[in-house]
Design a binder for this molecule. Sequence first.
Ligand SMILES: Cc1cc2nc3c(=O)[nH]c(=O)nc-3n(C[C@H](O)[C@H](O)[C@H](O)COP(=O)(O)OP(=O)(O)OC[C@H]3O[C@@H](n4cnc5c(N)ncnc54)[C@H](O)[C@@H]3O)c2cc1C
Length: 419
Amino acid sequence: MSERYSAFALARHALTGNRDWPQAWRSPEPKAAYDVIVIGGGGHGLATAYYLAKNHGISNVAVIEKGWIGGGNSGRNTTIVRSDYYYPASAAFFDRSVTLYEGLSRALNFNIMFSQRGTLTVAHSRGEVDFQRRLVNAMALNGIDMRTVSREECFRLCPILNCTPDARYPILGGMVQDRAGTARHDAVVWGYARAADRLGVDIIQNCAVTGIRRDPVTGAVTGVETEKGLITAPKVGIAVAGHSTVLADMAGFRLPLRSLALQAFVSEPMKPVIDMVVSSALLGVYVSQSDKGGLVIGGNADAYASYAQRGNLPSMEATLSGLIEMIPSFARVRLLRQWAGIVDYAHDSSPVLGLSPVPGLFLNCGWGGGGFKAIPAGGETTAHTIATGQPHPLIEAFSLGRFRELAMVDEATAAGIEH
Ligand SMILES: Cc1cc2nc3c(=O)[nH]c(=O)nc-3n(C[C@H](O)[C@H](O)[C@H](O)COP(=O)(O)OP(=O)(O)OC[C@H]3O[C@@H](n4cnc5c(N)ncnc54)[C@H](O)[C@@H]3O)c2cc1C
């Protein structure tokens, strides 16, 4: 078992040249049977396994990952954590996640570098300023710490914003969430992996799930076929982000999700120039600065369905031209890296969580471009649902059944958030 991280452990290992740190988690061979199998070693799969063991005492659990943990979207995102959602169900769920993030480093004994630097979303027209006021009032009623800010306050918070009054997209005001911020994405994955492993969870990497076994009579799930053979379990959770429809297909049902490429960009490192996350819905761009000094830039997903983890040039051009409209001095900055992840969008841009049509099979998907912030609450509620067989109250609104009942939670329309 890995040892607890502490100042004392740091000092002790420093004396021996840091040569004998134990492995952070084991690499076991899979057993033939488990109580629960979680497919997908991203943040949601690992958090689900951790909370199964921690909150429900179910530690005979395997997380099965086709590549390496965090190799999917959990290691490819722009690390923003916030809860500025419009509908009461979304506000309650995402704010629970921010609250869990606030105590996560201590809970996992792993520094996830949660930096509550705040988010500023700028508005470019009187209509948008009015829209933001109504949004902030609605969010405040749901207990979210949002506030509107004037044009002058925007420039005080972020002096490098385009402040020319005759700009093509002038900045007339904005809204701020002070508790929001960024966390180190790899650390969230590694922290949950290490903590789950310490509680007895088996993390099986380089082992793709190739089929889902069901009982021919009851239709209930009985296990999964993998590259390392058949592994049985009466309960299986799916947390594979952009590949959710592929796994659902293996189990014999369809999910109303589309898989799209979403890109991100990192610039060369610079001295500190921006100490918040700044975004513009109209320009389709957001930016923050990492601890290493690089600008971390994101925008909208590609317009067509794809599994190609590259992203296309027009989306890159749209994002970067939006960035330069918002902060013209960044035109002189050089890009260092670009990449994409495959994200899964539902029609209403909200996640799909809870029970599936197959008894014993549970869903954690539909995060689109916004599931990193949801990892703690997604894991906590999925673990509860798997352990009890009943959807956690915080995720009832996000069931698959909402598409049949037309009870959408349309955040893209309501809050202008495409997740
Ligand atoms: C460019 C980009 C920027 C983003 N920015 C943000 C942001 O700022 N804030 C935010 O909240 N969210 C953001 N997101 C979204 C966020 O990253 C995801 O919603 C979140 O990481 C999803 O976590 P996950 O654990 O569900 O999926 P993943 O981390 O993708 O993990 C799923 C895992 O399942 C594995 N898998 C797939 N098929 C199989 C199989 N057959 N067998 C076994 N394993 C399998 C994959 O290899 C993968 O490791 C962004 C995403 C991208 C791509």
